[in-house]
Design a protein around this ligand. Structure first.
Ligand code: HAM
Length: 430
């Protein structure tokens, strides 16, 4: 036996066969449509980027543990993008002179991270990125949350299926320093602790807290503050709250779409204030469905100009886990609407001309590539999900007609050539 290569894709990556691709395409197209309704424009960027654009501001986990790096033939250190935000910040900074800021941009890149594959986590995922650049107004936050809510609803999700949890790193920092007594240099470590809080057992958290230099009292106060939810806001000074874009959001109608939650920190290092994550309420998917936040100085990697950004990345894996859990994934589309079947090989050109007529009328029509018996072809057309077949017989063709059969009901009628599309369309659209 020859030693064949494996047909499995590389661990943590996926092949998408046409039926699955059809489901994905329907979902993504719905989302693109909603995003574009808000005036976002689509962009794209290369999969390969200089490794240092992630090493500077994305944080230790991405830069040191998850980055796929390579050296090109010219000795340049490159990385497969693990996320899109540094790329889009680079593009915005590089084109700031010609852009009319603020801009609303979206993209749908594949991203690579070296992670242990598990539920909700793979090594190549697709992430819809939606960002606004060039504005610090709270209306950006309002628009983000409204858009997220619309995107979820466009997929059939109800209020009770998901929750948008929001926080502001500046408010959290004020609570940690003011209420818990954390020092400025302990802050980054305690942010990490808060980020892990819901995933770890109390003992492990207590050990981490001790290592960060928190005493038992502070650890207890930290737990109470986080559990306080929006009541924590009452303990913060008015001047700190005034600075936060979240306060006007929570006071607006959009405030009803979100829940203030001190636990939300997010892993990436570049977020500066607002942070948010969307969760499935079912309990089956306890990982965040997707998330994002505000980053005031990521463009500062590339330019002296200050160009703030805010946005989010919605991953395909967690999204489809959500859709499957709630029975919201659409069915794959059929392969074609109509199959045109010549009864003999000599009628192949006649069949092609009818298929042409159907296609130019906007219907999806195919002709068998290799002639088989009519019975077999009818079976194949049915399995391909065609709603109708057009049968081309020699005598009928000579007389200027064809037979159109409804595959669901078995009913059939004669149609004059030249008006096949008109009589087939009602069957397809039924
Ligand atoms: P992130 O939280 O690292 O944020 O990723 C955003 C989303 O991408 C996650 O919530 C998840 O849906 C998906 N995702 C991330 N890593 C994986 C993985 N290994 N497997 C499957 N899905 C994954 C960012 O990447 C930010 N750049 C998002 C952003 C855009 N912030 C502002 N603008």
């Amino acid at each position: 036996m020859p030693d064949y290569l494996s047909t499995a894709p590389y661990r943590g990556t996926r092949d998408f066969l046409p039926a699955e691709m059809s489901v994905r395409t329907q979902v993504f197209e719905r989302l693109y449509e909603v995003i574009e309704r808000y005036g976002f424009q689509r962009y794209d960027a290369p999969l390969l980027e200089p490794a240092e654009i992630y090493e500077a501001k994305s944080g230790d986990e991405i830069a040191n543990k998850q980055l796929y790096t390579l050296t090109d033939h010219g000795g340049r250190r490159l990385a497969l993008r693990p996320e899109m935000t540094p790329s889009v910040a680079r593009m915005i900074a590089g084109n700031a002179g010609s852009l009319q800021l603020p801009v609303r941009w979206y993209s749908h890149p594949n991203c690579h991270r070296y992670e242990r594959p598990q539920r909700g986590r793979v090594r190549e995922h697709w992430q819809i990125n939606v960002d606004i650049f060039g504005s610090e107004a709270p209306s950006c936050e309002i628009e983000m949350f409204e858009l997220i809510d619309d995107m979820m609803r466009s997929l059939g999700a109800d209020d009770d299926m998901f929750v948008i949890r929001v926080n502001d790193r500046k408010l959290l920092a004020a609570a940690l320093t003011g209420v818990v007594g954390v020092s400025e240099d302990q802050l980054p470590g305690v942010f990490g602790l808060v980020d892990r809080w819901e995933k770890y057992e109390t003992d492990a958290l207590a050990a981490d807290a001790a290592e960060l230099g928190l005493d038992d009292k502070q650890f207890a106060r930290l737990g109470e503050s986080l559990a306080a939810g929006s009541a924590l806001l009452d303990e913060l000074p008015a001047e700190v709250k005034q600075e936060s874009n979240l306060m006007p959001v929570l006071d607006s109608v959009v405030g009803q779409l979100v829940r203030f939650d001190p636990f939300i920190v997010r892993g990436l290092a570049y977020y500066t204030s607002t942070v948010f994550e969307v969760f499935d309420t079912s309990g089956e998917n306890n990982r965040a469905l997707f998330g994002g936040g505000r980053y005031s100085d990521l463009a500062g990697l590339f330019t002296a100009k200050r160009i703030p950004g805010i946005g989010f990345g919605m991953g395909d894996v967690t999204l489809f886990d959500f859709l499957h859990t709630h029975g919201l994934a659409p069915a794959p589309r059929s392969e074609v609407d109509v199959v045109v079947l010549p009864v003999t090989g000599e009628l192949a050109e006649a069949a092609r001309s009818v298929a042409r007529e159907l296609r130019s009328a906007g219907l999806r029509a195919s002709v068998p590539l290799e002639p088989r018996k009519l019975g077999k072809e009818l079976g194949r057309a049915d399995r391909a999900g065609a709603r109708a077949v057009v049968i081309i017989g020699a005598e009928e063709w000579a007389a200027g007609t064809v037979t159109v059969r409804d595959l669901a009901t078995g009913e059939q009628h004669q149609a004059p050539t030249g008006s096949v599309a008109a009589t087939t369309r009602p069957i397809v659209e039924d």
